[in-house]
Design a protein around this ligand. Structure first.
Ligand code: SF4
Length: 229
């Protein structure tokens, strides 16, 4: 399957790197606060021929450092590994954005040295996870395995959580802190409502409260920062 979107140049998606972002279609979560609802629901069918992407990357080898593989959920792409191999051959760093639900894909990419940075969403504590992703019966085994894999520190990574008033509270943050104990980095992202969200009646958590959460999490995690506040 080909990618359905490309942001040709980004200065903010891979810290310290100039990157190009590729967007995969579809996701196995339905996070009510998702900004990419059209991608998640698979409504976008204008695939970009991978050959065109490779040609673009070749022409920007002197400008770009990295390629960010995002979505949707890119690990659902059946030929993701093959595509990353081809991009890597051009000399680019690879950042993978993932929800961690395909542990074996993530493990294989890490074992094969095909990713340089992983940004994994950790949506909430386990008690509230299914509510937060809007999938009542979702089996979280792979999410937990992916968290533990990243905690092994074999690849540079960050966890990230979008704080939403309707889903997060002090109790869920404390549980999450315990679940991520020993982690290197966690970003707490500000929720910003938009027309593209599945649920348009959600609210961000105030900065003051978010800073309190940073304090709680910092007892368990090396680097905890707010993003977008
Ligand atoms: S995991 Fe990411 S792409 Fe998928 S629904 Fe949630 S926010 Fe959207």
């Amino acid at each position: 399957m080909d990618f359905v979107g490309i942001e040709k140049l980004s200065l903010v998606d891979y810290d310290g790197k100039i990157s190009c972002i590729l967007f995969a279609k579809g996701c196995n979560f339905l996070c009510p606060f998702c900004h990419n609802s059209e991608l998640v629901l698979g409504k976008i069918n204008s695939f970009i021929p991978f050959e065109d992407i490779l040609n673009y990357l070749k022409s920007r080898k002197n400008v770009l450092d990295a390629v960010v593989i995002s979505g949707g959920e890119p690990t659902l792409m059946d030929d993701l590994k093959d595509k990353i191999i081809q991009i890597k051959k051009l000399g680019f760093l690879i950042k993978l954005d993932t929800n961690g639900t395909r542990f074996e894909v993530l493990q294989d990419l890490i074992n094969s040295n095909l990713v340089d940075y992983v940004a994994m969403d950790v949506k909430n504590d386990l008690n509230s996870y299914q509510l937060t992703i809007n999938k009542n019966d979702f089996d979280l085994t792979d999410v937990i395995k992916s968290i533990n894999l990243l905690l092994e520190n074999r690849v540079d990574y960050e966890f990230r959580t979008t704080l939403v008033k309707e889903f997060h509270n002090e109790e869920s943050i404390i549980n999450m802190a315990k679940m991520l104990k020993g982690a290197k980095r966690l970003y707490l992202q500000k929720f910003i409502s938009s027309e593209n969200c599945f649920n348009k009646n959600l609210h961000p958590i105030e900065k003051e409260v978010s800073l309190h959460y940073v304090k709680i999490l910092s007892d368990y995690i090396d680097q905890v920062e707010l993003r977008g506040y």
